[in-house]
Design a binder for this molecule. Sequence first.
Ligand SMILES: [Zn+2]
Length: 439
Amino acid sequence: MDLDKRLKDMERKLAQKTAAIESNAQQRLRALSRRIDEAVAKIGRIDVQTPAGVQQIELSVPALRSERVDMSRERSVEAVDSIMEAEFDVHGRLGGSMAAYPTTYCESAREYIEPLVADMPVSDSQREGLIQQIEQAAQQGQLPPILQSLGVHIPGVGCFINGWYMAQGAGVSPRELFDSPKGFAQIVTTASHEKWGHGFITELTASGAEKKSVQLGKHHLADQFDVRTVDTPDHARLSEQWEILFFSSQYVEEGYATWIERYLAECIAQRNPNCAEFLRTAPSFSIDAIHAALSNARGGAECAQAIQALFAPSASISFESVHAAMADLVAAVDAMGDAFLHTVGMPGCYAIGFCIVDAIAQRQGPKCIPFAVAAACNIQYGLAQISNHDLRNYVTTHPNLNVNTRLALMMFLSQGTKDDVQGFMGRVRDELGITPPFG
Ligand SMILES: [Zn+2]
């Protein structure tokens, strides 16, 4: 082969190879270009979709934390706190306020139980076991009593609303309940009852603070769950102590909580017309109507008589006479059992307790009420040292140391200028010999 021919042959092969490389390169370039286009398109889509993605995350946040909604951030519950302060100036007079305590809407059984069992003197695994046990019972439709409450104030912690249980009753989801005017009215009135009723007594009165300091409420709670691992005399002593104080203050606790629930419901109704009809279903009682209903009910005559003796006494009033009338009435209500509930619609401590508070409100003005309660509860028993024998003796035979009696006696205090809290406190001290928390 001559050199020219070999050279041409090499040139042709080189050209073929170059063309192949070029073609291959172009193919790869096109492929690469497609991938870049796709990537750019993707990046573009991501950019465009980012707000939607963010929005989705935002929307799912309530779903993720839906089981626990801090209602003190909700407008209407904040409104309850500010109404309470504006109406009564609680902070100004008592130096403390419930506004600092959160109100939590629980959307599952667990969310409601967890804070209740948080401080129980048991191991973490026992606590978890207990929660699971209650959860399982709830799933199977067996409701333990603790899950059948609408709400609770946990001393020093805050107010918890059992949205899970309320929703079960309404046949909707807890979220749907929260969003409906009817459900929201129920939530707000429950929060008022628990937070500004029981919570107020626990956090802002002397006897409430003392019970809290010896952890009586938590102890009683542990008792209800029956989670003790050993029996101790201390346990028996504290259980009995809780019972003695419970029964000597029950009409004040439930009567005031029911009254303030109704009072705040009316205040909120005026500001929220869309919920008004539901808010105005908060319970309200008149002693004349209760008396009439009991007079006509089988087995109610004795109770009706006892109501007459307490609310419209024929003889002169004293601590002793009111104490005896109160004790007779409580005994008559207890003797009626469920018949009282069926006749009146709520247990005696709620219905008659409401009427005691309302009688004071009508005579002295509603603005005096939280402070009437604070004065009735302005007792320190020395719970850490006192024997149960002495404690029982004090609340049964010393009328001025019985919370129910102290409040009932205020029904008969002379009338001054309505809603003059300072003047009312002065008469409580001078006429009744009850030490007011201020004034
Ligand atoms: Zn209550």
